[in-house]
Design a protein around this ligand. Structure first.
Ligand SMILES: [Zn+2]
Length: 112
């Protein structure tokens, strides 16, 4: 496993732990509080925390490695915004290749 791949793997684990923790907090708060403004605040803030952690994870994903065009095998970097808006399955994203200009499912690779 390359260092970059390892790093991305840890980010993935961290996100999973975060989801389980926030879900736990929400379930616990729902059981204890039943209803009310505080419960709303807890659920809303955990949702915001979850979104922020996903955005940070994406930042790390975009920074490390490259995306490989499935048509011409050109390896390229993309912008944060393009990665954010692109459909994805795991780290494989539907991006436009800068070389052949075709939209395709580009796989995450770690070496140029
Ligand atoms: Zn291409």
């Amino acid at each position: 496993m390359t260092k970059e791949k390892e790093l991305l793997y840890y980010v993935f684990i961290l996100i999973m732990i975060m989801i389980l923790f926030l879900l736990g907090v929400d379930i616990l708060a729902t059981l204890l509080l039943k209803q009310g403004v505080i419960l709303g605040i807890i659920i809303a803030s955990s949702l915001i925390l979850f979104i922020i952690s996903c955005l940070i994870a994406l930042k790390i994903e975009v920074e490390i490695g490259y995306y490989e065009c499935s048509k011409c095998h050109h390896k390229f970097k993309t912008t944060y915004l393009k990665a954010l808006l692109a459909m994805h399955i795991g780290t494989t994203r539907y991006l436009k290749c800068p070389k052949c200009q075709k939209n395709n499912w580009s796989k995450k690779v770690f070496e140029k």
